[in-house]
Design a protein around this ligand. Structure first.
Ligand code: AMP
Ligand code: GLY
Length: 441
């Protein structure tokens, strides 16, 4: 069958790469794709909010299955439109995508279904929000209700930062309409992990738990990014804890959505804080995580096309999903300046010497021009290493990324070290690998 993937980042490169391994995949198409994706799929420049043009493209290219990578087209209803036209779609409809599209919807849904999460209140009035936040015991987290490209969560440290955070979202409208409403919730502590699950509306299959590294600098310092690296599986999760997560979070979410008449089909992502009280949901995403996908899908032994078709057809129950018992580590190379305003246009060198069975380069923000591969994104690419131990996977990922060079390239030198890998001297430090910044929290 012919498959269309929507999106153009590292997640979508990984999706195309994993789908292509299937004997069912006759051809892969990607809108808009990137330089790496174009090596394995036919890419087309269509704007993601032009749903009609995407539908036309899918019809013209005789597509059977559409896999939607990013949240924005899901939240704006692309999956519903394509389903109505008869395509098989991996990705939730607009209403189910509210789990990510509206933080107040997600929090109230969790309250209705007794899913563990931080205590919270929702506000549309700026003064009431400030009054509540300043009177709250302990630290609070301020979240813009709507989509804010991963930037809408603020973690203030002092009363004046708290007031400024609320003002930034509700008055200055730093995230536009996303800030009409806010969620104020208790700040939780513990270890963060990401658990994703395939879902067909009624049934689900959890994937291997992953750990993302959100901060820009080594030692989890500096501002949050889209994710500077990841590894899977996480060491803190054994079978018993995974079962606890499934029972407390994944199952009640999938069943709750089903009962409310908005079945969830696609990848359900739960961002969790783990502490002695068990898992607490920090956020839901309605799509694969980036860069978690780059470490989870390389460990999938089953045929991804079959799994996704089973989700689209409501037949996931019949699928037996198998995972490798290896370890995967992904290190992201970012442009100078990221996650702020970043450089664009550097020529990426050294890519040819890397790809092999155990080390794979997934492109995120790249285009190809006459000079070669050009870095155009904040996150430029990620190198995933797969090994028989954390040490082995870390060595493969770093062995790969050290072959790559572009002007202003920065990467963290401690990805995977939370899993207990001893830091090796001789690991080349990325530019971002600084300890100078004072840790705030
Ligand atoms: P999000 O943009 O929704 O992915 O949230 C960004 C990050 O904010 C999360 O990955 C956590 O690190 C942090 N965060 C969100 N909610 C809380 C909370 N209640 N307590 C502590 N940290 C949080
Ligand atoms: N890695 C977190 C996310 O994809 O939102």
């Amino acid at each position: 069958m012919k498959i269309l993937v929507i999106g153009g980042g590292g997640r979508e490169h990984t999706l195309c790469w994993a789908l292509k391994k299937s004997p069912h995949a006759e051809a892969i198409f990607c809108i808009p794709g990137n330089a790496g994706i174009s090596q394995i799929a036919t890419c087309a420049e269509i704007r993601l909010n032009d749903h009609a043009a995407i539908g036309r493209f899918a019809r013209d290219h005789d597509i059977t299955l559409v896999v939607i990578g990013p949240e924005a087209p899901l939240v704006s209803g692309l999956a519903d439109m394509l389903r109505a036209e008869g395509f098989k779609v991996f990705g939730p409809g607009q209403k189910a995508a509210m789990l990510e599209g509206s933080k107040s919807f997600a929090k109230e849904f969790m309250r209705r279904h007794n899913i563990p999460t931080a205590p919270f209140q929702v506000f549309t009035d700026h003064n009431k929000a400030v009054e509540f936040a300043l009177a709250a015991e302990g630290s609070v987290v301020i979240k813009a209700d709507g989509l804010a490209a991963g930037k809408g969560v603020l973690l203030p440290n002092t009363p004046s930062e708290t007031a400024a955070a609320i003002k930034k979202i509700m008055v200055e409208r730093a995230f536009g309409e996303a800030g009409t409403k806010i969620v104020i919730e208790q700040c939780l502590t513990g270890q963060e992990i990401s658990v994703m699950a395939f879902a067909d509306g009624r049934h689900f299959a959890p994937m291997i738990a992953a750990r993302d590294h959100k901060r820009i600098y080594d030692g989890d310092r500096g501002p949050n990014t889209g994710g500077m690296g990841a590894y899977a599986p996480t060491r803190i999760i054994d079978e018993e804890i995974m079962q606890q997560i499934v029972d407390a979070v994944i199952e009640p979410t999938v069943m709750g959505m089903h009962k409310e008449g908005i079945p969830f089909v696609g990848c359900l992502y739960a961002g969790l804080m783990m502490n002695e009280d068990g898992p607490r949901v920090l956020e839901f995403n309605v799509r694969f995580g980036d860069p978690e996908t780059q470490v989870v899908l390389p460990l999938l032994k089953s045929d991804l096309v079959e799994v996704m078709m089973a989700c689209a057809d409501g037949e996931l129950e019949l699928e037996k999903i198998e995972w490798s018992d290896e370890i995967a580590v992904c290190v992201i190379a970012a442009s100078r300046g990221y996650p702020g305003k970043y450089d664009k246009g550097a020529v990426v060198k050294g890519l040819d010497s890397i790809d092999n069975k155990w080390t794979t380069v997934f492109h995120a923000g790249t285009v190809r021009d006459a000079e070669g591969i050009i870095a155009t994104g904040g996150r430029v690419l990620g190198v995933t290493g797969v090994g028989i131990s954390y040490e082995d996977a870390v060595a493969k990922a770093y062995g790969g990324i050290e072959q790559i060079r572009f002007k202003g390239m920065q990467f963290r030198s401690d990805i995977g070290y939370k899993a207990g890998v001893a830091r090796k001297s001789g690991v080349k430090r990325g530019q971002g690998a600084r300890f100078g910044e004072r840790r705030k929290r």
